[in-house]
Design a binder for this molecule. Sequence first.
Ligand SMILES: CC(C)(COP(=O)(O)OP(=O)(O)OC[C@H]1O[C@@H](n2cnc3c(N)ncnc32)[C@H](O)[C@@H]1OP(=O)(O)O)[C@@H](O)C(=O)NCCC(=O)NCCS
Length: 203
Amino acid sequence: MLTPAALSADEASRYHTLLQTHSGTEVALRAIRPDDKYQMLDIYPTLSPRTLYMRFFRVIDAPSLEDIARYTTVDFALQLAFVVTLGPEQRMVAAGRLIRATAQSKVAELSCLVVDDCQNRGIGSVLVSELFKTGHRWGVDQVIALVHSENHPMLRLLKNQGYPCEMLYDEGEFTVTLDISQEPTQANSVSYQTSIGAMHQVV
Ligand SMILES: CC(C)(COP(=O)(O)OP(=O)(O)OC[C@H]1O[C@@H](n2cnc3c(N)ncnc32)[C@H](O)[C@@H]1OP(=O)(O)O)[C@@H](O)C(=O)NCCC(=O)NCCS
């Protein structure tokens, strides 16, 4: 197998690609840009309390434009941040990122969010899959995600990626660790029911 070329911070900041979800929806995925703050400002008030809670573990107040600007102005050496857009009007429907402590770190934390009316259409899956593939080229071998124990869509999405995956439960949340340095396999996408069921028995 050919080793994929490394992705520099500069290349990451200009990354864009077209993708198709498992249901056939075509989406565009690209690096986040500072001017995305305006669309994000409009999106926050549309998010349901559940979506906010699953993402932030609390229901946050709508952030200000200045708060959002900190999120959309990214140092691509430390963060690999993508947005997903839909249709010719390029409506922003999802955002996700890997964050690492230093530009040399091989470990990164994952966060992502899909707007409520576009959830369950495979968009989160293609976003995370692309973050993992490009994230490995960007220098990351291990991804950590903190997931609420009732966030079954996210737990399932992560399992479905097919990477070796470890889930540790503590006080209502799972710390999910994925080894993205290896090729994803079907065998790693173990049954959601089996794994989560087993997890709850241990608790
Ligand atoms: C979690 C989230 C990113 C998933 O994105 P999405 O686009 O809805 O996810 P997808 O459609 O790609 O995949 C979700 C999977 O969960 C499954 N699913 C949906 N509801 C489910 C439920 N109640 N129980 C179990 N599985 C469920 C779907 O069937 C799908 O699996 P499949 O591909 O095998 O059919 C999105 O729901 C979201 O933004 N949630 C709020 C914020 C959040 O939780 N962020 C993650 C923080 S760690």
